[in-house]
Design a protein around this ligand. Structure first.
Ligand code: Z5A
Length: 220
């Protein structure tokens, strides 16, 4: 008998929202529920994807054009899907990914100003209708996210963007969540960690009660 496909869960949010911190909590919650889980990230997740990530985030490519940036994000994603995400889902393993295509709509779309329709063309081409089953959007005021992120190491090419850029990215994420409330769950990430984890636990537990949906088609 064929196995149920794994579930594809993504975590999104602006800089310093707490994605890496929360990824471990969500992974542990899924494992406690008896799920096999693969964690990964974008851009990256494969040897080629990690090389593309270094190009995308590094300061050596400061003048990178926005179309180039968009195409490299999707090139990394195509590799990631083929080499890692789809094989794992096919074996019944849940895939928990730090960022995916919602980040492209938020950063390259709302942030850089690339038209949504152009991103949708790339999404359809690379993903062929495949989308996350659940997306956890860690939302908090930009100043708070930047303050948290500022406690860490030197800023990469994205982290060096202005507060205005991140305001546009946050707004972009909130619009995505408003358009797809069933898939994208907004988590108030401004709270202390225990409060964030409480919300995550509730959403994950509800999600696990729902029937396995497999790979969701892209909405028209
Ligand atoms: N990008 C893109 O443009 N287009 C795309 O399609 C994709 C990505 C896929 C790399 O992503 C960049 O790629 C990203 C967008 C772009 N650039 N930016 N910005 P990334 O995910 O690797 O980079 P990031 O946003 O900088 O994520 P991060 O550095 O991993 O931050 P985070 O995971 O959201 O936060 P954190 O490391 O878990 O937490 C930050 C600090 O806050 C840390 O000290 C924690 O201990 C603390 N923290 C976390 N939660 C809390 C709470 N609740 N209270 C208090 N303190 C907390």
């Amino acid at each position: 008998m064929p196995r149920n496909p794994g579930r594809f869960i993504t975590i999104e949010g602006i800089e310093g929202a707490g994605k890496s911190t929360c990824l471990a909590f969500v992974r542990d919650r899924l494992i406690q529920a008896g799920r096999a889980v693969l964690t990964t990230r974008e851009p990256g997740g494969t040897p080629l994807g990690e090389e593309l990530r270094a190009l995308l985030l590094g300061h050596r490519q400061e003048g990178m054009g926005e179309d180039t940036e968009l195409l490299l994000m999707f090139a990394a994603r195509a590799e990631h899907l083929a080499q890692k995400i789809l094989p794992a889902l096919g074996q019944g393993t849940d895939v928990l990914c730090d960022r995916f295509t919602d980040a492209t709509y938020a950063y390259q779309g709302a942030g850089r100003g690339i038209a949504r329709e152009r991103i949708a063309v790339m999404e359809a081409w690379v993903q062929k209708g495949m989308r996350p089953d659940l997306t956890l959007l860690l939302d908090l005021p930009v100043e708070q996210g930047l303050e948290r992120a500022g406690r860490r190491s030197a800023a990469d090419r994205f982290e060096s963007e202005t507060g205005r850029f991140f305001q546009a990215v946050r707004q972009g994420y909130l619009e995505l969540a408003a358009a797809e409330p069933d898939r994208i769950k907004r988590i108030d990430a401004s709270l202390p960690l225990a409060g964030v984890e409480r919300q995550l636990a509730e959403v994950i537990d509800d999600f696990l009660k729902s029937p396995v949906s497999g790979l969701k088609p892209t909405s028209p």
